[in-house]
Structures are given as structure tokens and as C-alpha cells.
Design a protein around this ligand. Structure first.
Ligand SMILES: NC(=O)c1ccc[n+]([C@@H]2O[C@H](COP(=O)([O-])OP(=O)(O)OC[C@H]3O[C@@H](n4cnc5c(N)ncnc54)[C@H](O)[C@@H]3O)[C@@H](O)[C@H]2O)c1
Length: 368
């Protein structure tokens, strides 16, 4: 059966970079005979403003039942300042599809992109996993005496044994299956259990219990403040990093900066064995939307992560899907190296110039 992909281009530069990404994936699909199928969903600001609908009724059930993956652009529109549609669609998918593992490669592709002196591709190459369904992001809490001098506000952080264990196991499994370029297999778990005793304590105890199941993976614990410092000071000591929702949110943005900015940062939100949603890390960038200068490389790298995930869902197609993913990775690296560059990377190229370069590179690799 064809692997079905739901495409949610979204708002702002989302449709610009996702259009390029879809053209690229269709090329890969044709070259490798993957029989992927694409369905475009018009979820985003326009529909919200017209109909008050973020995701239509039954959409989550349909995604879970019929689709292998979601290729997602970005949401955000100045006409909806509270991002109500974004919350419904994006958080709806993350929670409703139980996409518990958010991951972002933090891999520097070229010395020139690194903000750290003397650190480049050999040093900056880690994969950050963020627990995506619990912690402070469950919207539990409230205010008391709001608007008075005695106001009290509370947000509740939820951590469950099941939630902590499954993200840690996924991190350990990934560290084992995908060593760093230099062969390192390591998982760094980060928390703050010296100060945040109960949730942090659960993370630390679970980590200590699980690490014995992975004797081939070096297991390390660092408090999150130390980790943030070390990511900048000595990024080469990290391979897989696993954090809760809040710490992961912050660390992954630090990771995006280490690899050269939002124009390159890719991410996946997956429930292993079920469905995955793949999105460039950046938002809808209203400041450059419609100008044709958005960098599509993050959306391309995201497409490669999606093909890699699809390979876990179809053993027969897996070798070809992985070949397609590697061809995209190589083309993105070549583009950063010698190809056209959009203004965010210091060039004057347009989105479509970058798309054409990457497609040509991929086409040549797959024809060989
Ligand atoms: N996952 C998402 O959908 C998501 C993520 C972040 C922000 N947002 C939303 O997007 C809107 C804009 O947010 P923001 O400005 O804080 O973040 P942003 O990521 O949209 O933009 C930040 C800066 O980076 C630049 N930038 C981002 N992506 C780029 C690309 N591909 N190529 C070149 N430059 C790029 C933008 O021009 C801007 O100057 C807001 O409504 C926000 O809520 C959505």
C-alpha cells in the first residue's frame, strides 16, 4: 500500500519552503519508484479567519488511521496574535497523535556557519530529543486573585514514568543504532533534580534503571545549566541528548544557533511505530513572507528525516527510502558548501535557486 503523506504548508513562508520540499520529494519518489502519495491540507490562518476552523472534525482520527507521516511548514499570522489556530493545529497534532519524541539534529555543515571559534562539522554533531507531551506544556494550572496585588499563578509540570521511560528508551535505541560520525555512542540525560526534586527525581531514577540495558552506550547525566554551558564550550562531547519538554525547547534553539541558524534547522515529532510529523524548526517569518527569499534547506533536511522515518514503516522500501534521504543530505551539504545561498546565510539567492541546485544534485546522485 502506498505510504500516504499529509502536507500542511501553513502560513507565511511555510507554503514557500514546503512547495520546494514537495517538488524535491516527488523527484526522489519518481527516481526511486517509492509510490508515495501526497494530500494537501489547507489548515492555517486563512481557513481559521474564514471559517473559525483549525483542524476539521475527525482530522486527527483520519491522520492516525490513513497517513504514515505529516510534512508541515509553519503557522503564525500577525492577524491572529494569540496564535489560537497554531495551538489547535500544532499542539493538537502533538498531543492528539501522542507524538512524544521531538528530535532535532544539531549538526554543523560548514565551518563558516559555526558561531563557535574553532568548532565546526567535526565537533558539532549531536541529536537532541525533547519529550513532547508532558512537563509544563500540558496547560494545567490557573490563577488566583488575578489582577490584584495578591495574584498567584501556577503551572503544573507533569512527568509520568511511562512518558519518561519511552523517550529515554527511544534516545538510547537511537544512540545505539546511529553512532556519531566518529563512532561515539553516548546518551546524555539532562534534568535539574537537585532543585526540581520530584519530576527531576523521576527522570534520574528512570535513567539510572534503564542505562544497564544499554551497556554499549555511554550514559552520562548533566544538570541542564551545566549542559547548556558545555554545548557551547565543548560540543564534541555530545552525541544524543535527552531532555524534558521545557529544557528541550530551550536546548534545541541553542542547538539551532550552533549549526548556523533557523534556515537550516530541521525537526521531527514522532510516535515510533505509528505516525511522525516533520517540520522545519523556524516559524512563518512574516518579515520575509512572499518575497521568495526564505531558505528552503531546513525544509529539505526535514524531508530527509521524514524519508528516514518512513523507512521504519516499510521494510521493502526501506533501502530506497534511505538512499533518497542520504541523497538529500548530501545535496544540502553541497549547497551550503558551493551552492546558492539565501540572504540569511549571507547570499543573494532566492528560494527557488536553492531548490533547483538541490534537486539537480539529488537527481544526479540517484541516476548514478
Ligand atoms: N512551529 C511553528 O509553526 C512555529 C515556530 C516558531 C514560531 N512560529 C510562529 O511564527 C511567527 C513568526 O515567529 P518568529 O518571527 O518569532 O520566528 P521565525 O522563525 O518565523 O523567524 C525568526 C527570524 O528568522 C528568520 N527566518 C526564519 N526562517 C527562515 C528561513 N527559512 N529562511 C530565512 N530566514 C528565516 C525570519 O525572517 C526572522 O527574522 C509567529 O507567529 C510565531 O508564533 C511558528
Amino acid at each position: 500500500m502506498a505510504l500516504k503523506i499529509a502536507v500542511v504548508a501553513g502560513d507565511g513562508i511555510g507554503p514557500e519552503v514546503i512547495a520546494e520540499g514537495c517538488t524535491l520529494v516527488r523527484d526522489v519518489d519518481r527516481a526511486l519508484d517509492l509510490s508515495l502519495s501526497f494530500d494537501h491540507k489547507d489548515w492555517g490562518a486563512e481557513r481559521w479567519l474564514k471559517e473559525g476552523v483549525g483542524m476539521p472534525k475527525g482530522a486527527l482520527e483520519e491522520l492516525a488511521r490513513d497517513y504514515a507521516a505529516i510534512y508541515f511548514g509553519a503557522l503564525g499570522d500577525p492577524r491572529i496574535p494569540d496564535m489560537a489556530h497554531g495551538r489547535e493545529i500544532l499542539l493538537g497534532m502533538r498531543q492528539g497523535l501522542d507524538l512524544y519524541a521531538n528530535f532535532r539534529p544539531c549538526k554543523c555543515l560548514h565551518e563558516r556557519l559555526s558561531p563557535l571559534k574553532g568548532k565546526g562539522p567535526a565537533e558539532i554533531d549531536m541529536l537532541v530529543f525533547r519529550e513532547n507531551t508532558e512537563d509544563l506544556y500540558v496547560a494545567l494550572g490557573g490563577t488566583f486573585k488575578q489582577g490584584t496585588a495578591d495574584e498567584v499563578a501556577q503551572d503544573v509540570s507533569i512527568n509520568t514514568r511511562k512518558g519518561v521511560e519511552r523517550i529515554l528508551r527511544h534516545g538510547f535505541d537511537t544512540a545505539r543504532a546511529r553512532p556519531r560520525h566518529d563512532g561515539m555512542k553516548k546518551l546524555t540525560m539532562t534534568d535539574k533534580h537537585n532543585a526540581v526534586r520530584f519530576g527531576g527525581g523521576l527522570w534520574k531514577r528512570t535513567f539510572d534503571q534503564l542505562k544497564g540495558d544499554y551497556p554499549d552506550v555511554t550514559a552520562e547525566h548533566l544538570y541542564v545549566d551545566v549542559l547548556a554551558m558545555e554545548m557551547v564550550r565543548k560540543p564534541e562531547r555530545f552525541h544524543v541528548v535527552v531532555a524534558n519538554n521545557l529544557f528541550g525547547d530551550i536546548l534545541t534553539d541553542l542547538g539551532a544557533a550552533l549549526m548556523g541558524g533557523l534556515g537550516l534547522a530541521a525537526s521531527g515529532n514522532v510516535h515510533p511505530g505509528k505516525i511522525g510529523m516533520f517540520e522545519p524548526v523556524h516559524g512563518s517569518a512574516p518579515d520575509i513572507a512572499g518575497k521568495g527569499v526564505a531558505n528552503p534547506l531546513a525544509a529539505f533536511w526535514t524531508a530527509s528525516l521524514m524519508l528516514e522515518f518512513l523507512a521504519t514503516k516499510d521494510a521493502a522500501l526501506a533501502p530506497r527510502l534511505l538512499r533518497g534521504a542520504r541523497a538529500i543530505d548530501a545535496a544540502v551539504t553541497a549547497c551550503v558548501d558551493v551552492g546558492p545561498r539565501t540572504p540569511d546565510l549571507g547570499g543573494a539567492a532566492r528560494t527557488q535557486d536553492v531548490g533547483a541546485f538541490v534537486r539537480e544534485h539529488v537527481g544526479r546522485a540517484l541516476a548514478a
